[in-house]
Design a protein around this ligand. Structure first.
Ligand code: ZN
Length: 172
């Protein structure tokens, strides 16, 4: 299976508010599988549809590390239904902003609802890295990047670096 090209910031495709998935069919399942392959190859722990130029509310995540067994999740129309008041600062990166990292404050735990790849509604709880990753990926579906959670100064620094990288053709 061919990997999908990842959209690199700044790019208007990363600023789109995505539309709900209406039906889960073979085409959507194949897209989710290809997104997982693309994400694993990058490598990364999460990928959202707009990062591969699709505008549907679909994300994939897999936070298993090193020797851990892969634990891929494919979520359509993911929605946070509860977020802990307790927050935590943790370093994040993004496949659409290669080599840029910053600490982002997010809820420590979340409960979410989503549609699985059989079209059934599911609810899961997550905490720690998985919770942060899910919040990061759901942001993408609303055109929000992790840098949007930073101060304007810090965000400006990172986006200027990204523009320079793109200008020099170091990233696509
Ligand atoms: Zn991202």
């Amino acid at each position: 299976m061919a990997l999908l090209p990842i959209v690199i910031a700044p790019d208007q495709r990363l600023r789109v508010k995505c539309t709900p998935v209406v039906t889960v069919d073979g085409e959507l399942r194949r897209l989710a599988d290809t997104m997982l392959e693309t994400m694993h190859a990058a490598p990364g722990i999460g990928l959202a549809a707009p990062q591969v130029s699709d505008t549907r509310r679909l994300i994939v995540v897999d936070v298993a590390r090193g020797e851990e067994k892969p634990d891929p999740l494919r979520l359509a129309n993911p929605e946070i239904v509860w977020r802990s008041l307790e927050t935590r600062l943790a370093e994040e990166g993004c496949l659409s902003l290669p080599d840029q990292y910053a600490e982002v404050e997010r809820g420590v735990a979340v409960k979410m609802r989503y549609m699985d790849m059989d079209g059934a509604m599911q609810e899961i709880g997550a905490e720690g890295l998985l919770a942060a990753c899910l919040q990061h990926e759901i942001d993408h579906l609303d055109g929000i990047l992790f840098v949007d959670h930073l101060t304007a100064l810090r965000r400006g620094m990172i986006m200027r670096r990204m523009k320079k990288l793109k200008r020099h053709g170091e990233v696509a």
